[in-house]
Design a protein around this ligand. Structure first.
Ligand SMILES: Cc1ncc(COP(=O)(O)O)c(C=O)c1O
Length: 487
C-alpha cells in the first residue's frame, strides 16, 4: 500500500476530476449519455454492478450467473425485436463490438462459398463509422452508397450494388447522424432473393423504436426480425437501454450462422478458449446492470420512457422549426435529429449550426457538431449539429428551448468558419510522412493542442476537419488523442 495516499483522498481526487466533466445527469449533454432521470434505476444498476464486480465474464461455465444474465437479457431484446426461437444472440461490450461481430460473421459465412477474393460490404454513407472500422479490421471492401441531402437512401441504389462479392448489406434503424430510418423491407426483399446477408444496425434505435410511432401516430414500417430477409440486428443497452457503458446485444437469425461469430481454439497449452465475442476476460458488470434494468423497467417501463423522449423530440423539433435560419434535416425517426442552416432564407438570417452549438454551450447545453461531407459519387451533406434526446430532457425542456433560441440569435448571420483559410500557410502534407512530432507541431501551428484543454469553440476544429483531406485529418486526430492521454 502507498502510505502517501489514503483511500479517501484517492476517491476525492477522482471526484474532483469528475466535476470537470460535462454533467452526465440532468439533460445538459445531448449526446453520449442516456439519462432515464430515474434515480431508482441508477440504484438498481449500481447495485448490480457491485454484485458482479469481481466476476470474469469470459467463462459462463465457471460463473453460471453470467450465462443466466446473458440468456435472459438476449431473450428480452429478442422479444422486443420480434425474433423467434431461430434468433440467437450475444451480449457485447457496446455498439462497435456488436457491429464488428455482425461483419466478421458475414465475412466468414461468405468465405464458405467464396474461397477466393475479397468480400464487399454495402451500406449508405450514413452508416455508423463502426462499419468502416469493421471493414478495415476484417478486410472487406467498403462500398458506400450516397444518400440524398435529406439523408434518405433509395432502396434501388443499394439494390443496384448487389453483386456476388457482397457479403453483407448494412442498413440503420435509424442512422446516427440524421436519424433516417433506412428502407429495410425493400432492400431485404432483394438481399433475400440473392442470398445476401442483411444487418440492421439498431444500436441507437433498438430499445426505443419498438415503442415509437410515425408522425401521424401510426406504426413505423417494419425494421426488425419481422422482415424475413434480416439476418442480424445490433441493439445497445447502454443507449436507450439506460445501462452504464459496456452493454449491447447482437442477434443473429440461425444458430449455424451465429456460430461463425465465435472463435475457439484448443491449440495452445492453456485453457481451451471459446469466445463468442471479441474480448477474452471481460467485466460482467455492464451485462448485470443492463439485465437488472431490463427486469426493473420491463417493456412497459421502456414504453413510458420512450413516450417522454417522443414528447421532448416533438417539442424540440417544433422549436427548431420556429427559429429563423435553422432547419431539421430530413425526416428523422426516433429521439434524435440533426439541425442544419436553412439556406432558403437570406444570408444575414442564416444560422450556422456549428457557431450555434458553440453559443448554446455558453448557456450550459452541450450539442454535438457534425462536419459537412462530400459523398463520393454523390451530393454534399450539410454541416449539422446533432441532438440526442433522452427522458431527462423533458425536465429541462423550457430552459433548453430558450438556450437554442438565444444561441441562434447570438450567431445569426455569422458565416461558417472558412476551413481553407485556416490551412493557408501549411506545407503540402503527405499522411504517410507525418510522424508523431510533425503531426503535433502542425496541430499546434493551427492553435490546437498547446495546453491540455481542447478549445471551447469547436467550430474552427470541425472546419479544419472539413477542409483537410480525410487521411490528414484522421492522422492529426490520432495525434491529438494520443497526446491527450500520454503520461
Ligand atoms: C447507429 C449506431 N451504430 C453504432 C454505434 C456505435 O456504438 P458504440 O459507441 O456503443 O460503440 C452507434 C453509436 O452512437 C450508433 O448510433
Amino acid at each position: 500500500m502507498n502510505p502517501a495516499a489514503d483511500a479517501d483522498s484517492i476517491i476525492e481526487r477522482l471526484a474532483a476530476l469528475r466535476t470537470a466533466d460535462p454533467p452526465t445527469h440532468g439533460g445538459r449533454v445531448l449526446s453520449y449519455v442516456y439519462d432515464s432521470g430515474l434515480s431508482e434505476l441508477d440504484r438498481v444498476a449500481s447495485e448490480a454492478v457491485q454484485q458482479v464486480l469481481p466476476v470474469n465474464g469470459l467463462d459462463p461455465t465457471t460463473f453460471g450467473s453470467v450465462a443466466v444474465l446473458e440468456s435472459e437479457l438476449v431473450g428480452f431484446v429478442r422479444d422486443l425485436l420480434h425474433g423467434d426461437a431461430e434468433v440467437v444472440g450475444s451480449a457485447t461490450s457496446g455498439g462497435t463490438e456488436s457491429c464488428l461481430l455482425a461483419v466478421k460473421t458475414a465475412r466468414d459465412v461468405w468465405r464458405q462459398t467464396h474461397p477466393e477474393g475479397r468480400p464487399r460490404l454495402v451500406a449508405p454513407t450514413t452508416v455508423h463509422a463502426a462499419f468502416q472500422k469493421a471493414a478495415a479490421y476484417f478486410d472487406l471492401v467498403l462500398d458506400l452508397v450516397p444518400v440524398a441531402p435529406d439523408a434518405s437512401v433509395a432502396a434501388a441504389d443499394v439494390v443496384a450494388r448487389l453483386t456476388d462479392d457482397v457479403a453483407l448489406v448494412v442498413l440503420s434503424a435509424p442512422n446516427y447522424p440524421f436519424a433516417a430510418l433506412d428502407p429495410i423491407a425493400d432492400v431485404a426483399a432483394a438481399t433475400a432473393a440473392s442470398g445476401i446477408a442483411l444487418h440492421v444496425d439498431a444500436c441507437i434505435g433498438g430499445l426505443v423504436l419498438p415503442f415509437w410511432t410515425d408522425a401521424a401516430g401510426g406504426p413505423l414500417p417494419a425494421w426488425d426480425f419481422r422482415v424475413p430477409g434480416v439476418s442480424s440486428v445490433s441493439a445497445d443497452l447502454h443507449k436507450y437501454g439506460y445501462a452504464p457503458k459496456g452493454a449491447s446485444v447482437v442477434l443473429q437469425r440461425g444458430r449455424d450462422r451465429q456460430r461463425h461469430q465465435f472463435f475457439a481454439t484448443t491449440r495452445w497449452p492453456g485453457y481451451p478458449v471459446v469466445n463468442p465475442t471479441l474480448l477474452g476476460s471481460k467485466s460482467a458488470s455492464p451485462l448485470a446492470a443492463a439485465w437488472a434494468i431490463s427486469r426493473w423497467l420491463g417493456a412497459d417501463g421502456f414504453a413510458e420512457l420512450a413516450a417522454s423522449c417522443a414528447r421532448s423530440t416533438a417539442a424540440l423539433r417544433a422549436a427548431i422549426a420556429g427559429i429563423d435560419g435553422l432547419r431539421v434535416v430530413g425526416d428523422p425517426v426516433g429521439p434524435l435529429f440533426a439541425v442544419a442552416t436553412d439556406e432558403s432564407v437570406p444570408a444575414d438570417r442564416r444560422v450556422d449550426p456549428h457557431h450555434w452549438a458553440d453559443a448554446v454551450r455558453g448557456y450550459g447545453f452541450v450539442l454535438q457538431l457534425q462536419p459537412g461531407m462530400q459523398q463520393e459519387g454523390g451530393e454534399r451533406l450539410p454541416a449539422t449539429t446533432h441532438l440526442t434526446v433522452t427522458p431527462v430532457t423533458e425536465a429541462v425542456l423550457d430552459e433548453l428551448t430558450a438556450a437554442l433560441t438565444a444561441g441562434a440569435d447570438a450567431v445569426r448571420g455569422t458565416p461558417h468558419v472558412d476551413g481553407s483559410a485556416l490551412l493557408a500557410g501549411l506545407p503540402p502534407l503527405d499522411p504517410a510522412a507525418l510522424d508523431a512530432d510533425t503531426a503535433w507541431a502542425l496541430l499546434q501551428g493551427v492553435g490546437i493542442g498547446g495546453g491540455a484543454e481542447l478549445p471551447d469553440a469547436q467550430a474552427p476544429l470541425i472546419a479544419l476537419i472539413e477542409a483537410l483531406p480525410a487521411p490528414i485529418a484522421e492522422r492529426l486526430l490520432i495525434e491529438l488523442l494520443g497526446r491527450l492521454v500520454e503520461p
